[in-house]
Each structure stands twice: as C-alpha cells, then as structure tokens.
Write a protein that binds this ligand. Structure first.
Ligand SMILES: NC(=O)c1ccc[n+]([C@@H]2O[C@H](COP(=O)([O-])OP(=O)(O)OC[C@H]3O[C@@H](n4cnc5c(N)ncnc54)[C@H](OP(=O)(O)O)[C@@H]3O)[C@@H](O)[C@H]2O)c1
Length: 324
C-alpha cells in the first residue's frame, strides 16, 4: 500500500486527507513513477477550493519527479529505473506513486536533481512560455513581474536577467525584496506601501513598460494596465488574490490600444513536440546555472494542507515541495 492525498469535498486545506491506496499498474502507453519529490503550485489551491472544478473524490497535484517503477505495454521511451519529471500529470501527484500517460513525462538530465525538478518543472515551463513565447523579452527591455519572490517569480527574475532584461518585481515585504534582488530583479516595488504605476513611471522616466506579467489577478488588474506603454501587453496568468472579473474593453482603448492575454501552460505545451522543446529550453538554463530552483520550504507529504496554507497566506518564497 502507498499514500495518496485525496479530497472528497472542496474547501479549505483541512479537506485534504491521507488515504492508503494500491498503486495502479500502468496500462498501455503508461508508466508508474515512484515520486522522490512533489511540486506544490497555486493551481492546486484553486482546485482544492473549487475555483477550478473537478470530479470528486480526487487526488491533487500535477508536478513531481522520481524513478520509473513499472512500464506498460507500447511504451518505447522509458524503462524501469529511469529518472523522470512531469508538470502536467493527472491529478494525484501528492502521493508516493503516480501512474500516467508516458507522454506526460520527460527524461530528467543527470545534472538536475529530483527536488529542483519537482520545484521547477511546472513553474519553469510557465516562465519559458511567458518570457520566450507569449512576449519574447528582448535585451535591454524593462518588464514588470508580480510576486517576484514567489515560485514562478523567482525563476522569472533569473531568466529575465539572463535575457538581459530589467525586471521590476513586486513584493510585499523587505525580505521578499531582497530575495527578488538576489534572483536578478533590477528593481522591486513593495505593494504594501508604494503605488506600482507611480513607481514604474519614475523608474522608466515616464516610458512605462511593454509587458506586465500579472499572476495576482483581481487586486492588481487595474494597476497593471496602468503600467503599460502604448500597445503594451497585459499577461494575466493567475488568480492568487481572486479571479479577474468584469473586464471593460474600453479600458484597453483608454490605456493606449493595449493587448491582453490569459494564457495557461496547457495551452502552450499542448503537443509532445512543443512540450519537449520547452523542456529542452528549461533544462538548458538550469544546466548552465543561469537559473537555479530555490526550494524555499519543504513539507512532508502528509502535511500538504499545511503547505497549501502557507502558500495561500503569502508565507512562502521560491518553490515549495512535498517530500516522500
Ligand atoms: N497560467 C499559468 O500557466 C500558470 C502556471 C503556473 C502558475 N501560475 C500562477 O502563477 C502564480 C504564482 O504561482 P506560485 O505557485 O509560484 O505561487 P507564489 O508566487 O509562490 O505565491 C503567490 C504569491 O502571490 C502574491 N500574492 C499577492 N496577493 C496575494 C493574495 N491575495 N493571496 C496570496 N498571494 C498573493 C504573494 O507574494 P507577495 O506577498 O510578495 O505579494 C504570494 O507569495 C499563481 O497565481 C499561479 O496560479 C499560472
């Protein structure tokens, strides 16, 4: 028997329970992975709380890294004992074992350890598409990235720095500002005591920025639009403070012919070819050392609820992983 975190109703972190389950044998085209480390992501909170509905009862978590433990028929790319990682597995990564479509996993290079993979696959692939595809950041450009000391933000600041860009990162306290600077942010703005658009105006000598990456959502939508230069792009990619609602297109007109997109990792890594291309790009910056996955905190698998509470309460920095 093995452990899997499950929930039978949506709600707060207390709905997460440890269940004893028999790990499922892989079917055709599937592999079973013995997790060595599991990634914690804000999307797990949206699913647990019911913001993103799912069928219940359900497992939780889509990201992890481990060793292939069993291989189904027709799988050609993996054998038992292979080191692998995944970012978009079926709900159920918060577990000792997970069985999934082999096409959702990728071979993990020796230079990348299990914790870095579990803490960096989903967030790193997200930063890959945000900064290299949604808006390809150019050398010397200035950008705004919200929650700069968080999991996605820490990777984004390092990657933007590697691309030669000036990242203005928003944070909510001095410790987080210092973390963002260590990760290569050019400037930080403390959202608890500064106006983001005013500071962006000062820092850019009135030019404002061509792109804002906003994962905070509801609380920052209006200010983020106000940071954009003419024809700038608002990348709204998360709802940490709540979902953005009631968007008025006239605001985009008034703001200077602005663009808006609401992307997802699944929308970019939607084919095996694209997934492999994005993984190769991510693994290259990890192996070169240009980007490091900072594991800010580790929780035991059975403390997944506590880990989610810390993430939702803005108490974490960098990536958070569950250990098995
Ligand atoms: N669309 C996609 O493809 C995609 C993929 C991955 C992640 N995401 C999104 O990216 C964001 C970051 O994910 P993550 O897992 O790396 O989390 P995280 O950034 O480590 O944590 C969220 C951070 O958001 C900030 N925040 C601002 N207002 C908040 C509020 N009311 N409640 C909670 N946090 C608030 C906090 O930083 P401060 O205290 O410094 O403000 C907090 O630490 C999430 O919104 C997630 O949904 C989107």
């Amino acid at each position: 028997m093995a452990r899997q975190i499950q929930f039978t109703q949506t709600g707060g972190p207390e709905v997460l329970k440890v269940a004893e389950v028999e790990p499922r044998d892989p079917g055709a085209g599937e592999i079973r992975i013995a997790n060595r480390a599991i990634g914690l992501n804000f999307i797990d909170i949206y699913i647990r709380s019911g913001l993103y509905p799912t069928e219940l009862p359900s497992g939780l978590g889509t990201e992890g890294a481990g060793v292939v433990d069993a291989v189904g028929e027709e799988v050609e790319d993996f054998v038992e004992g292979d080191r692998v990682a995944y970012a978009m597995g079926p709900l159920g990564a918060y577990a000792d074992f997970i069985t999934m479509d082999a096409a959702k996993a990728i071979a993990l290079p020796e230079a990348i350890d299990f914790e870095a993979a579990a803490g960096g696959m989903l967030k790193g692939l997200t930063v890959q598409y945000l900064t290299r595809q949604t808006y390809a950041i150019g050398e010397g450009e200035t950008i705004v990235f919200h929650a700069a000391a968080g999991g996605v933000g820490s990777i984004a600041c390092q990657w933007a720095h590697a691309l030669g860009a000036h990242a203005i990162g928003t944070v909510s306290n001095e410790d987080k500002a210092s973390i963002a600077h260590q990760n290569g942010a050019w400037m930080t703005i403390d959202t608890t005591r500064e106006s983001v658009p005013e500071r962006v105006r000062e820092l850019t000598d009135g030019a404002m920025v061509p792109v804002v990456y906003d994962s905070v959502g509801k609380d920052t939508w209006t200010d983020s639009l106000a940071c954009l230069s003419r024809r700038g792009l608002m990348v709204s990619f998360g709802n940490a403070s709540g979902a953005v609602e009631g968007v008025n297109l006239v605001d985009l007109n008034k703001g200077g012919s602005l663009f808006v997109t609401r992307p997802s990792l699944a929308g970019y890594a939607d084919t095996r070819v694209r997934f492999e291309m994005m993984c190769a790009d991510l693994f290259a910056v990890l192996e070169s050392g240009e980007v490091k996955i900072n594991i800010g905190q580790r929780f035991a698998l059975e403390d997944a609820g506590q880990a989610q509470r810390a993430l939702a309460n803005r108490e974490t920095t960098g990536s958070t992983i569950l250990t098995v």
